[in-house]
Design a protein around this ligand. Structure first.
Ligand SMILES: [Zn+2]
Length: 396
């Protein structure tokens, strides 16, 4: 449905006209918030404006359970957009077909959906590979600049304590991950590991070894240079060991099967597969099998379910719930999380188009029979446990 009325006038979201405010105006207030007292203004309230769930169809139980959660999404690509001018503080409603791919994560919709913490997966285009390191630094620069002009609305976090403190203060937590080892460039293992260390100093908490191309560390499940006979390179082995030393968690999304288990054997700590589906529900090259799920669980890590119908096998929140449910059965409820891939050129499911819709996932999980405790684990507590068990190295 297009957000215009029959006369062609804009009938979609309107923005608060208060000077400097980028919040979405409350329901029923028209284009203005005139008449709101300062105490009722969204900026003075740690939660989204008080009417954000009016008419939403959410049960009281779902609202209460969701409000008490600390949702942490393991993967969204928003920093790439920030480095190209994306305004994180503006509520976005991009036209079709753009909205199928980008413009999903912003502060107004994170607040509306009580989405407390976002891992930004910083991807790079590897052709040519030279420049990928600088590209990731530019994305971190863009995030830092965004945080700096946000009047403490968002804060860069490294640890579970940081995230919990952010929630207490009404702030949104930003966390950093890298998608694709091409970000570490080529060269000697010392040079490659030095780049990893530099990223870790800037706050990077996970390294996704592969994306859609072969790089200095290994081979992708799909993409340029794919070779299922090959696993980790010698430098890849050294980087995995360096991750353990520096408190950088290893993300095994996109890596080929052989490389996956060569990482597992090196025991770099709790493993992430930040955004994936499972083969037990849908046959797709992007999804992981039960052996891989068990390996992540045995490491103490978390598998994050991607919000992408093309990998999940069905549209709608039900598709996400099906993969989460399967993971709970196979891995146990302590090793399951969410990894949307919002802003990653992947069309989200109907009903989970942005962080504003996250309460509906809580509702669907409760209806599927999960307890409030399990829902909290899936939404974020499991990832918080991993962050606590793998603290970042204290750089001086
Ligand atoms: Zn990806």
């Amino acid at each position: 449905m297009r957000p215009v009325d029959e006369a062609g006038r804009w009938a979609g979201p309107r923005f608060c006209p208060r000077p400097g405010c980028r919040m979405f105006a409350p329901h029923g207030s028209g284009a203005t918030v005139q008449g709101m007292s300062s105490s009722s203004h969204p900026h003075s309230h740690p939660h989204p404006h008080p009417h954000s769930h009016r008419g939403s169809g959410l049960s009281d139980e779902a609202r209460a359970v969701h409000a008490a959660a600390i949702p942490i999404d393991l993967h969204a690509d928003t920093t790439k957009l920030m480095s190209r001018g994306y305004d994180f503080y503006q509520r976005h409603d991009p036209p079709w077909p753009v909205r199928s791919f980008f413009g999903h994560v912003d502060l107004p919709r994170m607040r509306e959906g009580n989405h407390r913490a976002q891992f930004f997966g910083m991807w790079t285009f590897p052709k040519p590979e030279r420049g990928c390191t600088e590209d990731v630094h530019r994305q971190i620069d863009a995030l830092e600049a965004t945080i700096a002009r946000g009047d403490s609305a968002m804060v860069l976090c490294r640890s579970a304590d940081d995230v919990r403190t952010a929630k207490e203060r009404g702030q949104v937590a930003a966390l950093l991950g890298i998608e694709g080892g091409q970000a570490l460039g080529r060269g000697t293992s010392e040079q490659v590991i030095e780049r990893l260390t530099t990223f870790a100093r800037r706050g990077v908490r996970y390294l996704g070894l592969l994306h859609f191309s072969q790089n200095a560390l290994g081979y992708p499940q799909q993409g340029w240079g794919r070779d299922h006979e090959k696993g980790l390179t010698p430098i890849g082995c050294e980087v995995v060991d360096a991750c353990r030393r520096s408190g950088v968690l290893v993300d095994l999304a996109h890596i080929n099967h052989r490389g996956f288990f060569e990482v597992v054997e090196r025991r770099p700590g709790p493993l992430f597969v930040t955004h994936t589906g499972v083969l037990g529900v849908q046959r797709h090259w992007r999804n992981i099998d039960d052996d891989q799920i068990h390996a992540v669980a045995e490491s103490g890590g978390v598998v994050g379910v991607i919000f992408a119908p093309r990998y999940l096998g069905q549209d709608g929140i039900e598709g996400v719930v099906a993969h989460l449910s399967y993971l709970v059965r196979v891995a146990g409820e302590d090793h399951v999380g969410i990894g949307s891939d919002w802003d990653g050129a992947v069309r989200p499911p109907k009903g989970l188009e942005s962080p504003a819709k996250l309460p509906h996932l809580t509702e669907a999980l409760l209806r599927a029979g999960f307890s409030a405790t399990t829902v909290h684990k899936i939404l974020g507590e499991n990832v918080l446990r991993v962050l606590s068990s793998a603290p970042p190295m204290q750089f001086v």
